[in-house]
Design a protein around this ligand. Structure first.
Ligand code: HSE
Length: 322
């Protein structure tokens, strides 16, 4: 059995979910992949919190160099979130010859060139499936199975927190603040949910997709973005009277001359539209390729376990090649 040592940066919601899924599915992963995946070091300041499992002695560290300088660590999994120090940590790990897996859409959207170029020049793997669409394997599909296509447009529901809020407000008439609190308790929202509700989290994800789908680098701050903070019960009523629902949509188009347009905004969708039935923390992406035509990806876009599924899928993909 091939043994792979993992250094985990951050044991918050997603880090703990990843740790649990790895332990829960260890026998299955070993049997199907022939890989013995071990989290040997964890960078975390809050080591006392009850996460429902015990980390063995000597695994926790508060010193990032204990991971970057450990010659036995093959893969660094970055789950601390935020732009810094996450970007510097990922770049240091790559320069030290370690492959990196990350779920950090903010850092990747902001520093896409730096991170992809550092990985390439260091000859290491860099995968970030969990950064867009949580558990939905859409980056792998877009960059691998569908890469013969030229894409012309895409539309996504890419934030679990806001989709959860919109669903509960429109279907149950619940107040915005109560539903946001629920989404936070369920582990969907960011530590500071402002970026979720203002649409910035979706802009980060759309920025990453613009690079992968259209080969266009669009910085998140250059994407026209409106969130859901000003939606009222009256808006839901008006949409329903017209046979529509309200969704926070990320949309992008590529014209035949190669110019692209993209934006994030709450939009009316006819109830018959394939994205209209996407409820709660589910995400979806409708993408149009010139060979495959329309495809819709659907699944849980937030939450510790779905996100852990994507993180561990990336770890296994890299580990198989090591
Ligand atoms: N806060 C994000 C969301 C987490 O609600 O979708 C997943 O990226």
């Amino acid at each position: 059995m091939k043994r792979i040592s993992i250094g985990l940066l951050g044991l918050g919601n997603i880090g703990a979910g990843t740790y649990k899924v790895l332990e829960q599915n260890r026998t299955h992963i070993e049997a199907t992949t022939g890989l013995d995946l071990r989290i040997t070091r964890i960078l975390e300041l809050d080591q006392e919190r009850d996460r429902g499992f015990t980390v063995p002695p000597g695994v926790f560290t508060e010193d990032p160099s204990a991971i970057f300088d450990d010659p036995d660590i093959d893969i660094v999994v970055e789950l601390i979130g935020g732009i810094e120090p996450a970007t510097s940590f990922m770049a240091s790990a790559m320069k030290g010859g370690k492959s990196v897996v990350s779920a950090n859409k903010a850092a990747i959207a902001e520093n896409y060139e730096l991170l992809t170029e550092t990985a390439a020049s260091s000859g290491v793997g860099f995968r970030f499936e969990a950064s867009v669409g949580g558990g939905i394997p859409l980056i792998g599909a877009i960059t691998e199975h569908l890469c013969a296509n030229e894409y012309t447009e895409m539309h996504g529901i890419l934030n679990g927190t806001t989709n959860y809020i919109l669903t509960k407000m429109s279907e149950q008439g619940l107040p915005y603040d109560d539903v946001l609190k629920e989404a936070q308790e369920l582990g969907f929202a960011e530590a500071d949910p402002t970026g979720d509700v203002k649409g910035e989290d979706v802009a980060n994800k759309l920025s990453i997709l613009m690079s992968l789908v259209f080969g266009k680098r669009v910085r998140p701050e250059d994407i026209p973005t409106r969130g859901i903070t000003r939606i009222t019960p009256e808006d839901f009523r008006e949409a329903a009277e017209n046979g529509c629902v309200i969704k926070l949509l990320a949309s992008a188009f590529r014209a035949p001359d190669g110019t692209c347009e993209c934006f994030v905004q709450p939009s009316w969708l006819n109830k018959t539209h394939p994205l209209a039935e996407v409820r709660n923390e589910y995400n979806a992406l409708l993408i149009r390729g010139n060979a495959v035509d329309d495809l819709v990806f659907y699944g849980k876009g937030a939450g510790p376990f779905p996100t852990a599924s994507a993180v561990l899928g990336d770890v296994i993909a890299i580990a198989r090649r090591l």
